[in-house]
Design a protein. Sequence first.
Length: 202
Amino acid sequence: MIRILKGQFYTITIMISKIQLKRTDGYIIFEYEAEENSVKKTLIAYLNKQWSKGYSKVNLANADLSGADLSGADLSNTDLLCADLKKANLSGANLNNVGLSGTRLDEADLTGVSLKYSVLNKTILLYANLTEADLSNAIVKGADLSWCNLRNANLTNSYFNNVCLQAADLRGANLEDAELKNNNLNRAILNNDKNMQNVVNS
């Protein structure tokens, strides 16, 4: 829809569009109409609506957000279980205390994202960019982070168990008090400092 505002000396054209937030099976979760609309605006409108009802955690399980630009969005305290976020832009987003078990984040841009206290069980992050991401206190189990960029990421107090980190880049990552068990670090790029070697080999 196009809205045209006319004055004596001006004409303003405003684009109004309706966007549907869907699950991967096509079910419509929410639809939103607004000026200069986007997937991010629609998602934030849905979250605000749910939080206004008093929900402490918003269910976005199986949401299809593949390729969406969600950079800088506050998605904290949501459940994104089994959601499709492949190739999504989540740079600088707040994903604290988010359930991401079974979620697809292949090739997603997670630069500088905050994932504190989040749970990533069997999450797929193939080729994802987690440069300078904050995964402090995160629980990561059975996930696939092959060829993932974790340079300068904060992994303090995190727990990694049975995670595939094949060819992942961990240079500059902070692993203080992190617990890594039974992980695949084949061809992973590590710092040569003794502290990191002790953590990944524990």
